[in-house]
Every structure is written in structure tokens, then in C-alpha cells.
Design a protein around this ligand. Sequence first.
Ligand code: 13P
Ligand code: SF4
Length: 357
Amino acid sequence: SDPDLVDRARAARAALGERAFVLGHHYQRDEVIDFADVTGDSFKLAQRAAARPEAEFVLFCGVHFMAESADILTADSQQVVLPDMAAGCSMADMAEISQVEEAWDVLADAGVAGDTVPVTYMNSSAAIKAFTGRHGGTVCTSSNAQVALRWAFDQVGGVDGTGKVLFMPDQHLGRNTAVNQLGLSLDDCVVFDPRKPNGGLTDAELRDARMILWRGHCSVHGRFSVQNVEAIRATAPDVNVMVHPECRHEVVAAADRVGSTEYIIKALDAAEPGSTWAIGTELNLVRRLAKAHPDKQVHYLDSTVCFCSTMNRIDLPHLVWAMESLAEGRVVNRIVVDADDAHWARVALDQMLALPG
Ligand code: 13P
Ligand code: SF4
């Protein structure tokens, strides 16, 4: 990256000192990660968001829903800044609060709402997290989806009972967790399509379902295919294929391991020197892992380049602009969740943070 810009970033970071706390998600560019005080997956960053209460500014290098969660979890005196407001998440955008409220009405009309607990993936708006908190549910991330789902089913009679979970907005994480980790069957899962009347489901289908999966997915992880897995196995028979649970069910089934970004990082740390890996997650992270493990063969699962375009919007020019502005006394790109949503979203986030580790 531009050496002048790196110098400016260092100067602005030094000028802010303890007044700023910089968080970086694992999918961020290297040039941004270099300035992060803490790096992590979305769970770790939610846990750490409030770790420096003396910092006036929490600079969030990640995407919009993560910055919203950081605003909810930090003290009112702390201001959360997202260096580029266009850093959204296409998956989070697949569920709007009005659609979720309508979906709940559909469940109520089918007579199943009273027996259903909402679980929302971290990748959703604060308004949807608030909805989840108001209806007795929890937030989850890819690193705690199993415990979160178990907890949710326990609220309505357990995994072996007849209660249901409405899982938003990532159908793949919901299905993979329910089927691979909780032992439910594919037939227990139905997909609720918010663009169709009644979600595209009959009342009988809703009554029989255990997992009602929102029709949403990640545009990055959704691209990995079984053909990618077969192709790498054909060229490297000893390969360990490791994918993120946002990948499609058949891709997870074809892989050797599945887990969140933190899981993937730890698994590679523990891997034998000389072992071969193909990783199905965002490319910035995979490239960093390949660099960090020169003694292992680390491949990208897809042969085409596959960044998360919205994560990549946070680049050094945006970070420099945000840090220089803050240092000069201008608070730019502040993320503020309104008080009522923040209260109820916090209920759902605190429920997640209280789940057994
Ligand atoms: P984790 O950080 O929970 O692994 O999630 C990946 C992701 O897609 C973040 O948007
Ligand atoms: Fe959203 Fe997927 Fe990008 Fe994560 S990787 S921020 S889920 S689009």
C-alpha cells in the first residue's frame, strides 16, 4: 500500500492514542489489520467491543451490523465509527424488520408462533436483533450456533420435542447446525421465503417443521461448490477441506471440517507441518493464513478470487480519513442504534453472551 498513506495512518493512530480502540474482523484487508488493536470473528469482536471503556472512539473495521452491535454493547459515552458507511452485508440485507414482523404474523395465523423461538445470526440489523429480544430469543454467531440452537429448543420443550426455531437470515448456517450438530433431519427444515405469500409454505408445513429457515445466504460462502471440493481432492488426495458453516449443506457434507473463522485459524495452528489444506472462506483471511503457515500447504477452495466486497470497502484511505477526522475533532460515520431497539437488541445479545462457552 501507499507509503505516504501508511505514514499518515501511523501519525493519526498515534495522535488518537488511548482515545481510540480499533477492532478488525478477520476478513479485513492486511493494510487495515495492521492497525487493529484486536482482531477476531464476529463473536470475539462482540465480546471485546466494550473492553476499553476509557476509549472515546471504537473504530470498527468490519461491516455495518457488527458496528451496530458494538454500539449496543459499549457505554453511551463511547462513539462507534465505521470507516465506510457502505460496508454493509448482502446477507443481513436479505431480512428486513418489516418482513420479519410479517413472517411472525404468518406463524401466528398458522398457530405456531407460541411454540417458536426466534434465533438471529449476528449478521442481521439491530432492529431484527431487537425483535428477537422482544420475543424471548437469542443472537448467535457461527462459533456458538450449536449452543444457541440447543438453548432455543430448550425454551420450547427441547430438541426432541415439538417446538420450533425461526432462524434468520442464513438458511445454511441454520440447516448445517440443526442437521449436523443437533441431529434434526433435512425434512425437519423448511425455508421461509419472505417474498412469497405465507413464506411459500402451507400451514401444515409450518406446523410440521422444527427449523423454519429464513431464505437468506452469504454471497461469498454460497459460491463454494461440491465441484470445488472434488477438484481439489483430485489434485491433492491428502487435502483437508475446511469450510465455514455459511457454505451450502452439500459443500459442508463434502468437507472434512467445518467451523467459524476463529475455529479455522486454531485448526491451522494445530495442524501438522507438511499437511495440505483447502479453505472455504473469505480470501483475505485465507491469504493471511497461507502466509502465516509457510510449513503447510494452504490453498483457497475456489480457483476464482472471492473477497467479501463489502468487507473490502474498509481500506487504508477510509481508515486514514476516519482517524484523521477524529483526531481533528470531527466525529464522522458514527453508528447509533435508537434507544428502544438498542435495549431489546441488548437483551438478545446478552442472552448470547451468557450461553455456556
Ligand atoms: P464469523 O466472524 O462469525 O466467522 O462470520 C463470518 C462472517 O461472514 C462475518 O460476516
Ligand atoms: Fe456478509 Fe458474507 Fe460478507 Fe460476511 S462474508 S459480511 S456474511 S456478505
